[in-house]
Design a protein around this ligand. Structure first.
Ligand code: SAH
Length: 239
């Protein structure tokens, strides 16, 4: 399959338009800033980051990539929205973050170029924006070393997720711009786990990401019915 087919230009355009606001903690990206410490700690509780080669797929303005570099990882962030990558690079310069680089390349193309290169691969809030998420999962599997970890996060697809993640977040609370998420593209944990197994990744556990709109607090739980994260591992003895 051509490496460039698995992208929806309208999705990239949505993020490109907002690119200058990636590092404004009060912007459309506020939820990502708010959940960042939580997901960073969750990643590190599974896989230590210091000194590791880490790939962040769909890195956007670098909110997670930058934070992982600050924890001592050697990070490559990739995305197909050039404006977001510019903002990410500029932020690294301004914040004097070392150990982070950004490249405009698809996960599929990088997988052909650098298979098995990374200790840890992260792919957060991105699968629900691509036409073929299974192809991204396959690429992540090829990119991680045998024994390495791949972390995903996305949104479940059910009536509750529709009400909370789309109607609530986009229409009632205005946490996200309208049209950020399309219901049909949301992914059930069982579907994500199946993509992983088909690709050769072993799902380890999933955690729900809860939000209390009244207090603005976020926390992890066992309830994966709306937003969730999934930790997976490539078997050490693979190929
Ligand atoms: N992972 C980041 C940003 C999530 S927003 C974070 O959690 O903080 C979703 C990102 O996916 C955007 O930056 C968008 O440009 C990117 N994206 C969408 N389709 C993509 C594709 N096919 N390949 C790479 N990145 C893509």
């Amino acid at each position: 399959m051509s490496a460039n087919l698995n992208v929806d230009p309208a999705e990239l355009a949505k993020f490109s338009e907002l690119a200058h606001r990636w590092w404004d903690p009060e912007s459309e990206f506020r939820p990502l800033h708010q959940i960042n410490p939580l997901r960073l700690d969750w990643i590190e509780s599974n896989a230590p980051l210091a000194g590791r080669k880490v790939l962040d797929v769909g890195c956007g303005g670098g909110i997670l990539a930058d934070a992982m570099a600050r924890r001592g990882a050697d990070v490559l962030g990739i995305d197909l929205a050039a404006r977001s990558l510019k903002v990410a690079r500029l932020h690294a310069l301004e914040a004097q973050t070392t150990g982070v680089e950004y490249r405009e390349v698809s996960a599929e193309a990088l997988a052909m170029e650098q298979p098995g290169r990374f200790d840890v691969v992260t792919c957060m809030e991105m699968l629900e924006h691509v036409p073929q998420p299974a192809s991204i999962v396959r690429a992540c599997t090829e990119l991680v070393k045998p024994g390495g970890w791949v972390f995903f996060s996305t949104i479940n697809r059910n009536a509750k997720a529709f009400l909370l993640a789309i109607v609530g977040a986009e229409y009632l609370l205005n946490l996200l711009p309208r049209g950020t998420h399309e219901y049909a593209r949301l992914i059930r944990p069982s579907e994500l786990a199946a993509f992983c197994r088909e690709a050769g990744l072993e799902p380890q556990h999933a955690r729900g990401l809860q939000h209390n709109p009244l207090t603005g607090r976020y926390w992890l739980s066992e309830d994966t019915s709306v937003n969730y994260l999934m930790a997976t591992r490539r078997p050490a003895d693979a190929e």
